[in-house]
Design a protein around this ligand. Sequence first.
Ligand code: NI
Length: 174
Amino acid sequence: MTDDLFNICIIPNPVLRERCAPVDKVDAAARRTMERMLRTMYDAPGIGLAASQVGILQRLMVVDLGRAAQATPLMMANPDLVWHDPAETFTYPEGCLSIPGHYADVTRPKRVRVRYIDENNQAQEIEADDLLSSCLQHEMDHLNGVLFIDHLSPLKRKMILKKVEKEQSREHLL
Ligand code: NI
């Protein structure tokens, strides 16, 4: 059922640099979009996906670290970072479905609180640490057109961009 999946945009697709707009509410269409994003993310596979990665410029994102870490997948609209602990950071080798095959250490606040609207249009707040914290921040970055490579040195960022472009053009020849 690949018809049911979104295509994932790869760098340097300019849509990944766009700022997404808030949704008025999570209606049936927004919920369907997030469910389809989840299926696309599982198929990839990945642990997080933001709407701009599938060419939709709405503030929607999905996260699922798996059963061990999370009881149910998170479907989030209009996520807003309402608090972070400035005292502690967490470093994780991040990757991104829009930057396939490349990973690099990114340091972010270890603990965050995020307010959002869930798939039932209910306001929610979640406190997260470690990997979930990093993942939420990574996906919220996407909604502002920011990628994890923007947290790296310019040299490292350029290197990854070049490699991905080369790999993508090679793929298109096959
Ligand atoms: Ni990403």
